[in-house]
Design a protein around this ligand. Structure first.
Ligand SMILES: Cc1cc2nc3c(=O)[nH]c(=O)nc-3n(C[C@H](O)[C@H](O)[C@H](O)COP(=O)(O)OP(=O)(O)OC[C@H]3O[C@@H](n4cnc5c(N)ncnc54)[C@H](O)[C@@H]3O)c2cc1C
Length: 472
């Protein structure tokens, strides 16, 4: 086990991809085995913040005192067995994808940031562009080895439901408290996942580093598609893109069946034009889609069907981009990844604080949501960009206030939250709550539910040692 105490070597663990700067810790502990981790947790009583790769956007891995435990040495990756893969939490998505390359297998969750580690993606129930079809990380975890804050160990598998007590290695058990709270039905990553009769695994996944340490897990893989039909479609008006989205989702044509649907508003394109000079001059909005296909023949048929479909729509078809091979697919991913990166870079250059939304609603509110965002944001006079997972009614709005507009930006954010909650939506569909979205999360679920979630936390971590300051 390594221990770091020198402020300079601790400094990288006091950051993530948010701009939270209040991190502090007395020590960073880097266990090399589960036994070392367990021994540390049993012998010490400090509060513990768990560190993955630090790509999180909600400061959830940034400690507010106590020690950091970094799982960076837990990077084992086994061979694929019958479509399952056993990995350690430090394995990054990038390493996982290269491990699977040419294996015939495929791990669908693809949050845009491929440097994220599996442990972090489990703790945040990460999702990405392809979640539109495949779902989130939760759907692809079959089993996880966990350690509780007092050093007790459990192996939780699919089928171990909360109706039965959680069995721990020392023969002790934990009962799931009686709660009325249920998580919303739309895509959601805010707070603990709670549904009647769910598996214990579902609770631990998405628990934001507050209930357990993941030390190993078994992931479910799918047969790799032969290829992805992939395109970036450009349009002259944002509203055209919204209408097109509804038509794609409503299409009964089986060959129009995308796995990703990602949006870029006018302001995102303005920024992207600096790096991607071929973006058509007239383009004011774009839609990136991908569709997995099982064979070359299916690829050709789907391409033809998409062309026929799009010809009837107001898409700048001749100037849109259709991937000609894996290099283009990579380029389209860079295009998508570039938006938050450019905004982050712009914020640091201008000394601007990032204020990003991550909200979603059910399909029935999509159109009203887009119109509301347009009207509210335009009226606010703030600069902003809007992009992201439009297929799931899940857009990221980055408000870009100058120093004098901070309170206006906060008010605008609060207005957006209020309306999304009126529609039964969530304040976080993928990044989680962490330390930055607690106020909105409490508004979302209310006092009674918050009390129930505290009971869940107390049953698994009675001393409140894990993830201090996250969620509660
Ligand atoms: C440019 C960019 C784009 C992004 N796009 C997306 C996106 O499309 N979708 C998405 O979901 N996210 C996205 N993110 C956010 C981020 O990549 C995810 O939240 C990711 O899951 C965090 O993983 P990490 O390893 O970096 O975790 P960290 O940031 O290190 O930690 C996140 C949380 O996980 C906990 N944790 C870490 N390891 C463990 C463990 N072994 N056991 C228990 N808890 C643990 C931490 O305590 C913390 O609460 C993006 C980030 C960036 C910078």
């Amino acid at each position: 086990m390594f221990r770091k105490t020198d402020p300079e070597t601790i400094a990288p663990y006091l950051k993530d991809a948010s701009n939270f700067s209040e991190g502090q810790a007395s020590e960073v502990i880097i266990p090399e085995t589960r036994e070392e981790l367990v021994a540390f947790l049993k012998e010490n009583k400090n509060s513990v913040t768990l560190a993955g790769a630090g790509t999180g956007l909600t400061a959830s891995r940034i400690p507010l005192g106590g020690v950091v435990i970094s799982l960076e040495r837990f990077n084992k990756m086994e061979s694929v067995i019958n479509g399952t893969l056993r990995v350690g939490p430090a394995v990054t998505l990038k390493d996982l994808q290269s491990h699977l390359k040419n294996s015939g297998w495929f791990y669908p969750p693809n949050p845009t940031e491929s440097l994220a580690a599996i442990g972090g993606t489990l703790a945040t129930n990460a999702s990405g562009a392809r979640s539109y079809k495949y779902g989130t990380t939760r759907q692809f975890v079959l089993e996880a080895d966990i350690v509780l804050s007092d050093g007790r160990i459990a192996s939780v598998r699919r089928g171990d439901t909360i109706d039965r007590p959680l069995q721990l290695d020392d023969e002790s058990t934990i009962n799931f408290p009686s709660v009325n709270f249920k998580s919303p039905e739309c895509k959601n990553a805010a707070g603990y996942f709670v549904q009647p009769g769910m598996d214990w695994l579902d609770l631990f996944i998405g628990s934001d580093g507050t209930l357990c340490v993941f030390t190993e897990c078994t992931l479910k893989l799918l047969k790799a598609p032969a290829d992805f039909l992939s395109a970036i479609l450009f349009m002259e008006h944002e509203e055209v893109c919204w209408k097109l989205l509804e038509k794609i989702r409503g299409s009964e044509e089986s060959k129009i069946s995308p796995c990703s649907l990602e949006y870029f508003d006018r302001r995102s394109l303005q920024r992207l034009k600096q790096k991607f000079v071929n973006i058509p001059e007239k383009a004011q909005a774009a839609l990136f889609f991908e569709q997995d296909v099982a064979s070359q023949q299916e690829y050709d048929l789907c391409l033809e069907t998409w062309y026929g479909f799009l010809e009837k729509e107001k898409v700048l078809l001749d100037n849109s981009w259709f991937a000609q091979g894996p290099k283009d697919i990579e380029k389209f991913y860079d295009f998508r990844h570039e938006v938050p990166l450019m905004i982050n870079e712009e914020n640091s250059r201008l000394g601007r604080v990032k204020m990003g939304t991550d909200m979603a609603v059910g399909d029935e509110h999509f159109k009203k949501m887009m119109e509301f965002y347009r009207d509210e944001l335009t009226a606010s006079g703030l600069d902003f960009v809007m992009f992201g997972h439009i297929g799931d009614n899940h857009l990221h709005i980055n408000l870009l206030p100058d120093a004098k507009q901070m309170s206006l930006a906060r008010e605008t954010y609060a207005t957006l939250v209020d309306q999304i909650l009126k529609w039964g939506g969530t304040i976080s569909a993928e990044h989680g709550v962490g330390k930055l979205k607690k106020e909105y999360y409490h508004k979302m679920i209310g006092d009674q539910a918050l009390g129930e979630l505290r009971e869940i936390k107390k049953s698994l971590d009675p001393q409140g040692r894990l993830g201090m300051g996250n969620l509660f």
